[in-house]
Design a protein around this ligand. Structure first.
Ligand code: AMP
Ligand code: FE
Ligand code: FE
Ligand code: ZN
Length: 293
């Protein structure tokens, strides 16, 4: 049974998908760790959008015996569509990866400014300063600006009644203030993550890819598929779990927690047994060996 939050409907020991204030989450890395510990987890991966900035704090705040994997959710593009990739166990100091992520964050700021211009033309009078001020680390180039920050300012201005409505009205693809982003091609993300020692997983494919598309994207050299995600219904989880097993990829999962009120469930409501982490590491090691490194 794969309908529940983890393989066999139980056994959630690690949550491999969590956001903090370093991107569009509402809680600091330390607060996220505290919630994960309180939920009885043994490990997490902090996976902020396009930044590894929260990993050091999360590690400082975690108790003995609890593991924080370095993670990052990479905004990527494949066959002209936006896909999210979860990288695990990368070296946060790897200069090439750090440089690529810094470019993505700079592009996020450019894009936010262009979205603000569009909103202003539509009569929604908000400023970039209001958006960056929402982040506790406002102005820190290591933190990622995202559409949820813009949505929150739209709501405060009274131009939408909720973040969801702000997305539906202005921010989704095709809506009046939508601006596409320049994202990292998947093959480049793969090379960077490999060189930084990590593994790479397709995030929540059930939200934006068909099963066939997931299969062909996975064939590019991906290590795993995120199966247990709060927005995957039981049928999707079953199909993705079978695909992972048939293609010998690692089935991963996590809550995609963005904070109380911005998420379906807290840390640990979706996740994996602790052994999944070792399977991801085996894949990264095998890829390194295969490359002769
Ligand atoms: P961005 O990183 O700027 O592309 O914004 C994407 C983020 O917005 C996702 O990671 C989600 O956290 C959030 N998001 C996407 N769609 C919605 C929605 N309809 N309502 C609220 N948040 C959303
Ligand atoms: Fe997000
Ligand atoms: Fe995502
Ligand atoms: Zn996420």
């Amino acid at each position: 049974m794969t309908g529940a939050g983890a393989p066999d409907g139980g056994g959630v020991e690690a949550d491999l998908h969590l956001h903090s204030t370093c991107s569009d989450g509402l809680e600091t890395p330390g607060e996220v760790v505290a919630r994960a510990v309180a939920a009885g987890l043994r490990a997490i991966a902090l996976t902020d959008h396009d930044t590894l900035a929260g990993v050091a704090e999360a590690r400082r705040e975690c108790p003995d015996g609890f593991e924080v994997m370095a993670g990052v959710e990479i905004s990527s593009v494949w066959q002209g569509r936006e896909v999210h990739l979860l990288a695990y166990d990368v070296d946060p100091a790897d200069p090439d990866l750090a440089d690529a992520l810094a470019r993505s964050r700079a592009d996020r700021i450019d894009r936010a400014a262009r979205i603000v211009e569009r909103l202003n033309r539509l009569g929604v009078a908000i400023t970039m300063e209001e958006i960056t001020a929402l982040r506790p680390d406002a102005g820190d180039p290591a933190a990622s600006v995202g559409r949820p920050h813009i949505a929150e300012v739209i709501v405060r201005r009274g131009a939408a009644s909720s973040v969801d409505e702000a997305f539906a009205r202005y921010l989704r693809p095709g809506r009046s203030a939508w601006v596409p982003r320049r994202s990292l091609p998947v093959d480049r993300a793969l090379r960077l993550v490999r060189a930084a020692g990590g593994s790479l997983v397709i995030a929540h494919p059930g939200l934006n890819l068909s099963l066939d598309q997931t299969r062909s994207l996975a064939a590019e050299g991906i290590d795993g598929i995120e199966v247990w995600h709060p927005k995957h219904d039981p049928g999707t989880r079953d199909r993705l779990a079978r695909l992972a097993s048939a293609t010998r990829l690692v089935a991963t999962g996590g809550s995609d927690y963005h904070g109380e009120g911005r998420s379906r469930g807290g840390p640990g409501t979706c996740g994996v047994p602790i052994g999944t982490i070792a399977r991801l590491r085996d894949r990264a090691r095998a890829a390194r060996g295969g490359a002769g490194a």
